[in-house]
Every structure is written in structure tokens, then in C-alpha cells.
Design a protein around this ligand. Structure first.
Ligand code: NAP
Length: 164
């Protein structure tokens, strides 16, 4: 069974996106995401795949979950989370990269969360991450980053591991 890691950037109110796009631009978060996922398998819902500006992300095995689409260039498509997890069971660790529908369904199976906390709220967001239950998830590391000329919001790289 592959270890299942979730990667998400989430605002204080749980917002993660709007109009099938990210709401903020945080270049260091994109670098962090790339460093974590490069060389690994990434699993995403079909909406998140459609949101990628240049299609499949290079240097990673792109897995897309869809109940309606069967073929996507540059990606392997599975009809259910269970089917994907079974097909990838020989791998050490897979990364679930969104979006909201997939996060919600995969949380019960997740072993580790890589959460970029964005210090802002976005009331006009239309997709949200589920509240992280601190009785289940233990914070194991945190790196706080201030606002600067390239980052309009402060943000923290937080890692959680399942405690039960
Ligand atoms: N802040 C972040 O870190 C972050 C990360 C990723 C995405 N996002 C944002 O999240 C938004 C997209 O999220 P979303 O919830 O709309 O869509 P999504 O989770 O990316 O994709 C939903 C689609 O996945 C498929 N699907 C869902 N459950 C499935 C299952 N159990 N088995 C097989 N297929 C399944 C369906 O595809 P079909 O309709 O094709 O059947 C469904 O329409 C965007 O705004 C994006 O920018 C944010």
C-alpha cells in the first residue's frame, strides 16, 4: 500500500480556489510543491487537471480521477480513488494534489498532509478544504514565511502526520 500524502494550499477560511483556478500567487509555494512532487506520482481530479495551464505536469506521473473521461493526454485516468490506489500500491508514496472533491474523499485514507497555510480569507472562493481535525492530525513541522515583494500574503509550510 502506497503512503498517501495530501498537498494543499489553504486560506484561513478553508478557501482553496475560485472559478477552477487558484486565488493567490505565491511563487515559493509553487517551488515547494515542485520540490515535493518531482519524480513522484500525483493524483488529481479532472477539474484540477483542466486548471493546469500547460496540461500534465512534467517530471511526474500524472494520474487523473474521472467518472466520465477515459483518456487524457499525458495522464493515466482512473474511474475511482480505490482503482487508483490499487493500481499504485507498489509505490512508496503518492501525492494527492486536489481539488476539493478529491481532498474530501481521500482524507480518510491519507497518511500525511503538506499544508501551506495562507494568512488571508477569501469569502468569494467557491471550493474549500475540509477542516483539519487536530485530534487526528499532529503538526510535526512548521516554517513561517512573511509577506515580501513577491508574496502578498504571509504563508506557512506545515506538515501533519496522522496520530490515529
Ligand atoms: N489551493 C490548492 O492547493 C488547490 C489544489 C488543487 C486544486 N485547487 C482548486 O480546486 C478547484 C478544483 O476542485 P474541484 O473540487 O472543483 O474539482 P476536482 O476535485 O479537481 O475534480 C472533480 C472531478 O473529479 C472527478 N471525481 C471526483 N470524485 C471522483 C471519484 N471518486 N472517482 C473518480 N472521479 C472522481 C470528477 O470528474 P468528471 O466530472 O470528469 O467525472 C469530478 O468532476 C480549482 O479551483 C483548483 O484551482 C486548489
Amino acid at each position: 500500500m502506497a503512503k498517501i500524502s495530501v498537498i494543499v494550499a489553504v486560506a484561513e477560511d478553508g478557501a482553496i480556489g475560485r472559478d477552477n483556478s487558484l486565488i493567490w500567487r505565491l511563487p515559493n509555494d509553487l517551488k515547494y510543491f515542485k520540490a515535493l512532487t518531482l519524480g513522484h506520482t500525483i493524483i488529481m481530479g479532472s477539474n484540477t487537471f483542466r486548471s493546469l495551464p500547460s496540461g500534465a505536469l512534467p517530471g511526474r506521473e500524472n494520474v487523473v480521477l474521472s467518472r466520465s473521461v477515459t483518456e487524457i493526454p499525458g495522464a493515466t485516468v482512473y474511474k475511482s480513488i480505490e482503482e487508483a490506489v490499487d493500481a499504485l500500491k507498489e509505490q512508496d508514496e503518492v501525492y494527492v494534489i486536489g481539488g476539493a472533491q478529491i481532498y474530501k474523499q481521500v482524507m480518510p485514507y491519507a497518511d500525511k498532509l503538506y499544508v501551506t497555510e495562507v494568512a488571508a480569507s477569501f469569502p468569494d472562493a467557491d471550493v474549500f478544504f475540509p477542516k483539519i481535525d487536530k485530534t487526528i492530525w499532529q503538526e510535526v513541522s512548521r516554517q513561517d514565511n512573511p509577506i515580501d515583494e513577491k508574496h502578498k500574503y504571509a504563508y506557512s509550510f506545515v506538515v501533519y502526520e496522522r496520530s490515529c
